[in-house]
Ligand binder design. Structure first.
Ligand code: BG6
Length: 510
């Protein structure tokens, strides 16, 4: 196990939802698992006026997100955790002199022995990232002559290629690239990391992992929720920016990449960047028209209840053209993937919450069993990211009896069968990695920019292109019908159910 050095975590935006909902519960898991270093404290910083005790109550002792975890624990043990939390009020603005913050950090550092090592976690609106980095640098809180300094930034990382480049440049004035950790919580998911292991720790998949054996690749990310309370943010973002540019293209890069030389962070990240750069960028309107579909959910009835349409949601413009559904077909221009289509879709208000990668293999070159019906039963490898995490292989078996009738059978593995293993939550894993200086599962500047390079023309086309349609779909169904046309040439979408082994067609709408 790698060593975690003594350190201080400073969270900007500490009074916000993410701190209480994700960061503190993740730190608590690390505390229980004895993964925190001996000397470790957290300093929350934001514009709210709070004392240390009020902050501890808010994010630990009275937090709804920790209630269950704390229930049966001894008071002394809980106090051992909550005493690690401190709070500093930045006043009315993040754009201010950080001398007082510096003084507080120095006091805490010498009192609690955190060795000058600091992680700054930016959980604020992205417009403040550069400002905060600058203000830290102005009071010498970024220099590494007395302990290391790292900066974690949350998504969205940019709004377009141009803004992402600007943000990268802006941050790199104050922090070096190796100090910057761009978080993408999908990379913290065990099953996403397992894509690397499935591919590169087995000898049975990689020889087939190419255009000679793979017909097409399908990736689905569906959520049953709508935009909930985030209408204001989401309406300016949309499915392509919110999910596809980051989480889904990260998954794509792991499916597409070449084997890295080793498991060093830069080896893996270099291959991911190369993979993203090999995605064929769609530039002309005809290609964009034929290969991209966007949709928006409209009001419907799900399980007997009326469900609002997207345009009726709080914070959403009643004439909004922001997509809640995006399906993209694209190709990868390299030796391995030439002519293999990729179909990737993401959406809200789907029949169920599910994320999976399906590798569709080609039909055997020569058909021996003429009446087998095997054509429609090609092999599939389904890598389930969530829920019911696991891997499912679909293959042909002989139906008992005369002749050679072929039926499809399942070979499956479920993570839940590894009962002994504690599966870390995404933020827990990513925080620990950053604490240990391991950037493998964080996005590098060039990676983020390569992803934007692919997405930018689609966004531009959807915004200004001619004849761009926004298709409606009833909340609770698998998106607009037109999305079926996109995949028509190779088959149909595998509309998965919550259970990995159940076959398609699941739908809760009544
Ligand atoms: C976030 C998006 O990054 O990921 C949300 O902003 C989305 O809109 C969420 O709901 C999905 O994450 P998960 O881990 O629940 O699949």
């Amino acid at each position: 196990m790698r060593k975690t050095e003594n350190q201080l975590l400073v969270i900007f935006g500490a009074s916000g939802d993410l701190t209480a909902r994700k960061l503190v519960p993740s730190l608590f898991n690390l505390y229980i698992a004895k993964q925190l270093p001996e000397n470790f404290i957290v300093l929350g910083a934001s514009r709210s006026d709070m004392t240390d005790d009020e902050f501890r109550n808010r994010v630990v002792l009275e937090s709804d997100y920790l209630e269950d975890k704390l229930k049966d624990l001894k008071e002394k043990y809980i106090k051992g955790f909550s005493d690690k939390f401190f709070y500093e009020d930045l006043g009315g603005s993040y754009d201010t002199d950080y001398s007082a913050l510096r003084k507080r950090i120095e006091e805490l550092n010498s009192k609690y022995g955190t060795a000058g090592n600091i992680i700054y976690y930016l959980s604020t609106p992205p417009t403040l990232y550069e400002t905060i980095a600058k203000n830290l640098a102005d009071v010498n809180l970024t220099t590494q002559n007395n302990g290391w300094k790292r900066l974690i930034v949350e998504k969205p990382f940019g709004y377009s290629l141009e803004t992402a480049r600007k943000l990268n440049k802006g941050l790199q004035q104050y922090f070096t690239e190796p100090q910057i950790y761009r978080i993408d919580h999908y990379l913290g998911k065990e099953t996403v990391q397992n894509l690397l292991v499935t591919r590169f720790a087995n000898s049975i998949f990689e020889p087939l992992w190419n255009r000679n054996y793979i017909k097409h690749v399908e990736i689905t990310n569906a959520e049953s929720v709508g935009v909930e309370k985030r209408g204001g943010y989401y309406d300016k973002s949309g499915a392509l920016r919110d999910m596809f540019q980051n989480h889904l293209l990260q998954i794509v890069s792991l499916v597409v990449m070449e084997p890295p030389i080793g498991d060093e962070p830069e080896e893996i990240r270099n291959e991911k960047v190369k993979a993203l750069k090999s995605l064929r960028i769609m530039r002309d309107e005809k290609t964009l028209h034929e290969n991209t579909i966007r949709g928006q959910y409209v009001a419907s009835e799900v399980e007997g209840e009326l469900v609002k349409g997207y345009r009726e949601e709080d914070g959403v413009d009643p004439n909004s053209t922001t997509e809640t559904y995006a399906a993209i077909k694209f190709f990868v221009d390299n030796w391995r993937w030439k002519d293999v289509p990729f179909y990737v879709r993401t959406a809200k208000k789907m029949p169920t919450k599910v994320t999976e990668v399906v590798i569709h293999f080609k039909t055997p070159h020569h058909q021996i069993f003429q009446d087998s019906g095997v054509n429609s039963k090609d092999n599939k490898l389904i890598i389930r990211i969530q829920p019911d995490e696991g891997i499912l292989m679909k293959f042909g078996v002989k139906v008992p009896g005369q002749g050679f009738k072929v039926e499809r059978a399942n070979l499956d593995f479920y993570y839940s069968s590894l009962a002994q293993t504690h599966v870390m939550e995404a933020y827990e894993r990513l925080l620990l990695d950053c604490m240990q200086g391991d950037a493998t599962l964080y996005a590098r500047a060039d990676e983020v920019e390569a992803a934007w390079e692919f997405v930018d023309p689609i966004l531009k086309y959807w915004k200004d292109g001619k004849d761009v349609r926004m298709y409606g779909y009833a909340a609770g169904v698998w998106g607009p019908e037109n999305a079926d046309e996109l995949i028509d040439g190779v088959g149909y979408w595998r509309n998965p159910s919550a259970n990995l082994a159940d076959d398609s067609g699941y739908c809760v709408i009544c």
